[in-house]
Write a protein of this length. Sequence first.
Length: 416
Amino acid sequence: MQQTNPLIAREAAYHTLIRIFRDRQMLDQALNHEAPSAAADRAFSRRLVLLCLRRWGQVQALLDHYVTPETPMATRVVCALGLVQLIESEVPDHAALDTTVALAQKVEIPGKLVNAILRRVQRESADYRTLPVTHNLPNIWQERWQHYDIQALAQTFVAEPPIDICVKRDPAIWAERLGAEILYGNTLRLPKCELTQLPGYESGDWWVQDVAASLPVMALGDVKGKRVIDIGAAPGGKSMQLAAAGAQVTAVDASAKRLKRMQANLERTQLDITCLQADARAWTPAELPDAVLIDAPCSATGTLRRHPELLHLKTAEDVSEMVHLQRAILKQIGHWLPRGVPVVYATCSIEPEEGEAQMAWWCETVEGLRIQPMRAEDYGWPEEWVSANGTVRTLPSMLADRGGMDGFYIARLMKQ
């Protein structure tokens, strides 16, 4: 694909980054506002934005040698777009320089300054990738993640993640058909590709879902013929897993917008799921289930491989807010959860407050509620995923030699 206008994609990338850093918008929301009409321009714009977000700390550390602390954010964004093109993209140097200077002039930033900075970087063969990769982690996360291998996490976040899909059935057949690698259960890992053009997309034989996100359903065990409630279900990956495994699924979510996305997924996959918009903090099921999956709202810090903007948008206050929301949901579920019914709690966060500490609180709060330890060998999982108390903690740096995975916390419990 060739770009239709060299400046359009770069200008869209600039405004997208400004929306993220200034307006605190999520990547997809910002991209949708600024997306060029041509597919090639959209793809190139997205690539530039992701390169900047993943390497932002290193890029800014390099820029600090050439600018002052007072240099406006807009100037830093334009320079960052030029640097990632010079150092890490396939764009010829002359094109990277010319288009970045043109972009600066278009958005009313001194083109001579930008040109001087980029040419000096080029002349000195400076490369932000030689700087510590941990520069890309804002201080808040370096402080919070000291109990993890920060170097390994930071290294994982700069790489473009592979694509995982979950197939309804026959993973070996689909792996051969798609040229994919079987990971665990029905999850396949694909090489970079255009998903909508692959066999099985139109027919709804699979959906995109990170391997870590497939583990909570596996933790429930055999669900065939069972009534399963999925709390916080939309956009529906885990609910579709459950339905494909033969469960009678009631999917509950507070967001009408997210449920609308889920309905589109269900139309494509032709899976039968009852969707219900309700606030789990005040909802009680009309019919008691045989199993419960709690896909809890969370800070989503485990998804930074795929959402690098979260490094710059999330705060400690966001984590605290999620902890309070989770507790309100858990408190209500504790009131109606039947005895002897398995419940799996899962978050795509690597914050202990939303995982380990949250389950300790819930077990203290609900009489008779106990963690049911899981064993790695029962599910065919690596031992490092399962903690000493039988809960699961995955990190983005795990499966590093195969492209990493999302960070999740998963606990299986039962009220005795």
